[in-house]
Design a protein around this ligand. Structure first.
Ligand SMILES: Cc1cc2nc3c(=O)[nH]c(=O)nc-3n(C[C@H](O)[C@H](O)[C@H](O)COP(=O)(O)OP(=O)(O)OC[C@H]3O[C@@H](n4cnc5c(N)ncnc54)[C@H](O)[C@@H]3O)c2cc1C
Length: 422
């Protein structure tokens, strides 16, 4: 059998997938072709997203094949589909919930890198309580007209498209009147304002929608059924919160140059994310440089932090192997996200212990060229982005441990009758 023949009697093995991919890359990869041409080949071959159906650029392989093939393409010196909210969040949501026409129109430009996306979910009054959102959408002929405000929208200042949640019916309970739209970002009704953060970066935005327009065909799923599609996006967001920048080959070539430039462009917005994660990798060197690596209290704190980090790596690795063996994704998204918050906070605490009063200094002359100062003011974001720690604990308590659900008095009341909306 071949790895491109789903439904065979034998399950495709990782070794078989690797071998078949390597043979295909040997035959087709040419670093001097344009990145666009290379990605068109990837799409046509089904190696773009191998777990997807053949009709949409895949091979119908098990879910583990996506991670494996993405890593193998880079190891072989080639390039895969682009990184970013488009391929990580919008594409799997559209694949799961969109009509065939929408899939035909929207998936290809995401996978070739022609269109980038941002997530327009959170609002000033709706973050953890996302279903309480109040941005509205009203149908006018064959176009939806959108009014409201979004906030915290990473990369909205340079995205082509937005994953937009808006309320299309206020007379039903809050989860039922939401619709998921694919919103073209470049239009007069959309104003994007960058927000300056306390670490001086500006990676997210406020987005003001004033009579912004979305074609009727751009509804993802059914009108009023957007909550289900939103949950799909959020599940992918938790799963991919730890995704790394691809380390493309440094070899010359047109496609490689373009892929490196694309990654530089994308990750410019996220340059502070390693600091947000706490930079546990720097604690030992930091202690040495500060002359405190023999201090027993510091040594204890460093050992505790690195132990937490090692345990978390093993948990993630166990989950990855389970996926490779065909297990359904479980609680590891929420567990991993919580562990990342705990490690980031502990790492910031250890860096602050090591730096002592010098931890108050910032700028290029401070420890590690300003990186430690950036850690101390970036770490709080880790436990908020993509769903707060408390929300992850609620998910684990209810979905994994089977504890009684949180009391929700507003679940069955029509949205328009909720008192705080008045
Ligand atoms: C770096 C970063 C990037 C982001 N990018 C995006 C993006 O691209 N697009 C987007 O739409 N959003 C984005 N967000 C927004 C993020 O999803 C929200 O900030 C998050 O969901 C929390 O919502 P909130 O800020 O309104 O806080 P709130 O929901 O107001 O929470 C305030 C506090 O109350 C607690 N709390 C709330 N409800 C409960 C509960 N039921 N049980 C227990 N405790 C509770 C919370 O845990 C928190 O401590 C981003 C946020 C950050 C920090």
């Amino acid at each position: 059998m071949t790895a491109s023949a789903p439904g065979g009697t034998q399950r495709p093995s990782p070794a078989l997938v690797r071998a078949e991919l390597a043979a295909w890359v040997r035959e087709n990869w040419d670093p001097d072709m344009t990145l666009r041409d290379w990605r068109e080949l990837l799409l046509a071959s089904g190696w773009a997203v191998p777990s997807w159906p053949q009709r949409w650029y895949g091979r119908g392989l098990p879910a583990w094949a996506d991670e494996l093939v993405a890593a193998e393409l880079i190891r072989l010196g080639a390039v895969g589909v682009p990184v970013g909210s488009g391929s990580w969040l919008a594409a799997p949501t559209i694949l799961a919930h969109g009509s065939d026409k929408l899939k035909d129109r929207l998936l290809r430009p995401i996978l070739t890198g022609e269109q980038t996306w941002c997530q327009l979910f959170s609002e000033p009054g709706a973050g953890s309580d996302l279903a309480g959102l109040s941005t509205s959408a009203r149908l006018d002929g064959d176009t939806w007209v959108i009014n409201g405000q979004k906030v915290w929208n990473t990369s909205a200042h340079h995205a082509d498209m937005g994953m937009l949640l808006a309320r299309t019916d206020s007379d039903v309970p809050k989860h039922q009147g939401i619709t998921y739209f694919a919103l073209p970002m470049s239009q007069p009704g959309i104003e994007v304002r960058q927000l300056r953060q306390m670490n001086f970066h500006a990676s997210f935005n406020e987005v003001f929608l004033t009579d912004a327009r979305v074609p009727q065909d751009n509804v993802v799923g059914e009108v009023g059924q957007g909550w289900g599609a939103a949950l799909t996006t959020l599940a992918y967001e938790r799963r991919f919160s730890a995704l790394q920048r691809p380390s493309y080959s440094a070899a010359p070539g047109r496609a490689l140059d373009a892929a490196r430039a694309e990654a530089n462009d994308h990750f410019a917005t996220y340059s502070w994310y390693p600091q947000r994660a706490g930079r546990a990798d720097l604690v030992i060197e930091h202690a040495r440089r500060a002359g405190v690596s023999n201090d027993p209290v510091i040594r204890q704190a460093v050992a505790r932090l690195l132990t937490m980090q090692r345990v978390s790596t093993w948990t993630a690795e166990r989950a990855r192997v389970a996926r490779t063996l065909g297990a359904r994704p479980g609680a590891e998204g929420s567990i991993g996200k919580l562990a990342a918050s705990n490690i980031a906070r502990e790492s910031a605490r250890v860096h602050a212990m090591i730096a002592a009063a010098a931890g108050l200094l910032s700028g290029p002359d401070s420890a590690f060229g300003g990186l430690i100062a950036e850690v101390l003011v970036s770490v709080p974001a880790q436990s908020i982005a993509g769903g707060t720690d408390e929300i992850q604990k609620n998910i684990l308590a209810e979905k994994v441990l089977g504890l009684p659900a949180e009391v929700k008095v507003d679940r069955d009341v029509p949205f328009s009758q909720l008192r705080h909306r008045g």
